[in-house]
Design a protein around this ligand. Structure first.
Ligand code: PEP
Ligand code: MG
Length: 538
């Protein structure tokens, strides 16, 4: 067949893979029993629900996304919705299908891309219940050969749990955005992926040779010899680069005065923390706890949070795990919380402002973080702080949680370090006062840049202004580092600027000795730091 080049819009997972397309076929399994009366259909539904529950419980041991699935499965909304349809005379299967469409549609209407993606999690759970109603779950990936590229319209979390990653060279999907589960897993495992091909997916025949260029978001179907030679060349070059970076990833970096330079990672799940440590991160400088809250349709319980944070802390070993308290609101809503409509969401009710109002929810999170601190080097960090009063209020909540845990005889780290994100101009101006009352700073350049430059980070028209290397932003960074140094506390950076190798020299020259970067950038940034330190570039 003639060479075809299919282009996607989403940057999914970098790298190049060449292999045979394994186009997943999903046949209906088993057959449905004839419809019974309401009681009979209700009983069949509860039987399938119980079977799904124990299957997901087993999967949750290996992957925390299934813990979120379990919460969703056990939520009253799901059960009541299906029971409602059954009592209107539908069969259990019909009721499950209708409830699935209704609940998934709620997520699909959300403004936030990440939450829209969660509709797939809903569909995944219902698909399992339906499979249990109609005869059991079959593995559609049987037959994937070594080095194959898995091609499917969507790949759901439970699909990913059935895949043997050691055999898969790449992924291609029709649906999905940059935060879909397939992307997260592919990136974590360094498997090239292209997602979001939409109708063009139909142009990939099963068994045909294809090239997946995850860096460019392109799939080449039936490549000719010249195209193959070009891609093989690039693959070899990229492999050599990655090898060099991997070697750098585990070295210890020290500046001319012998001070350690840390390159930590930004992570959003226990799985990502494990991956980051395996790739040489000196701990986690930013654990975005909001992902845990966004994955489920109800607030994660204190117990569930304590488990997740505790597992992440253990994965870090002797290195720190910096947990940022909930950073939602504004542009990041939660489906189970009511947020006011706001003209300027980025200047609205978000982050620590939400936590200080929703005190009980805040305390449940702080208790979970404290409990996890008995299992590793946990640090707690507050987002969007603008004044010393806010820091004091947040610390008072932390102290209150310590008191109650103490009275309950629960173990925790009495000296858990408390940090502040420097991501507003206000925090920069009062940095000295903040430094006197906390243990570390972490500069959030994503927000700091947009507030200093008065340029919305999501508005492409002002993208050129929203530049962290602008004189004004660098001055704000320098002021924060100096305030921390005067107080003798650590100053780190966890905004995207830390992952930009072009900025490393400037940041070291400003006196920064701790960076927290994307997992994929750990080797690259360590490499850059080593070069800058050797060349006196700092
Ligand atoms: C930042 O603002 O730089 C930051 C790290 O926080 P987020 O990107 O999650 O707002
Ligand atoms: Mg921020």
């Amino acid at each position: 067949m003639a060479v075809k080049r299919l282009v996607a819009q989403v940057r999914a997972s970098e790298g190049i893979a060449i292999g045979r397309a394994f186009v997943v076929r999903r046949e209906a399994v088993g057959s449905s029993e004839p419809k019974g009366d309401v009681e009979c259909e209700r009983a069949r539904f509860f039987e399938a629900l119980a079977a799904s529950d124990s299957q997901i419980e087993q999967l949750a041991v290996a992957d925390e996304i299934f813990a979120a699935h379990l919460e969703l499965l056990r939520d009253d909304t799901l059960r009541e919705s299906v029971e409602g349809h059954i009592s209107e005379g539908e069969s259990a299967v019909e009721a499950v299908e209708h409830s699935c469409d209704e609940i998934a549609a709620l997520f699909e209407q959300m403004d936030d891309e990440y939450l829209r993606e969660r509709a797939n999690d809903v569909r995944d759970i219902f698909a399992r219940i339906k499979a249990n109603l109609t005869g059991g779950v079959r593995n559609p990936f049987e037959g994937v050969g070594a080095g194959d590229i898995v091609v499917d319209s969507v790949l759901l979390p439970s699909d990913m749990a059935m895949i043997d990653f050691s055999r898969v060279a790449g992924f291609v999907t029709g649906e999905g955005g940059a935060t879909s589960h397939v992307c997260i897993i592919a990136r974590n495992r360094s498997i090239p992926a292209v997602v979001g091909l939409h109708e063009a997916l139909a142009e990939i025949p099963h068994g045909e040779q294809i090239v997946v260029d995850g860096t460019a978001g392109v799939v080449v179907v039936a490549p000719d010899e010249d195209t193959l030679a070009e891609y093989r060349d690039r693959m070899a070059r990229e492999r050599a680069e990655r090898e060099a970076e991997r070697e750098m990833a585990h070295i210890e970096l020290r500046d001319a005065e012998g001070r350690k330079v840390s390159v930590r990672a930004n992570a959003g799940s226990v799985e990502e923390v494990r991956e980051a440590i395996a790739r040489g991160a000196d701990g986690v400088g930013l654990f975005r706890s909001e992902f845990l809250y966004m994955l489920s349709d109800a607030e994660p319980s204190e117990q569930m949070q304590a488990e997740a944070y505790g597992a992440a802390a253990e994965a870090c070993g002797d290195a720190p795990l910096t947990i940022r308290t909930l950073d939602v609101g504004g542009d990041k809503p939660l489906p189970y919380m009511t947020f006011p409509r706001e003209e300027n969401p980025f200047m609205g009710w978000r982050a620590i402002r939400v936590s200080l109002v929703e005190r009980q929810m805040f305390c449940r999170q702080l208790r979970a973080i404290l409990r996890a601190s008995a299992r590793g080097r946990v640090r707690v960090m507050f987002p969007m702080v603008v004044s010393v009063e806010e820091l004091r209020e947040a610390k008072a909540c932390l102290e209150e949680c310590k008191r109650t845990l103490r009275s309950e005889g629960v173990a925790f780290d009495e000296h858990i370090p408390v940090g502040v994100m420097i991501e507003t101009p206000a925090a920069v101006f009062v940095a000295r006062a903040l430094a006197a009352e906390c243990d570390f700073f972490s500069i959030g350049t994503n927000d700091l840049t947009q507030y200093v430059m008065a340029a919305d980070r999501a508005n492409t028209k002002v993208a050129a202004l929203c530049n962290p290397l602008s004189e004004a932003v660098v001055a704000a960074i320098r002021m924060s580092i100096e305030a921390a140094a005067e107080a003798g506390i650590e100053c780190s950076m966890c905004g995207e600027m830390a992952s930009d190798a072009e900025a490393t020299g400037v940041l070291l020259a400003c006196g920064l000795r701790s960076l927290s970067v994307n997992i994929g950038a750990i080797g690259r940034i360590k490499h850059r730091v080593a070069i800058a330190l050797q060349g006196g570039g700092e």
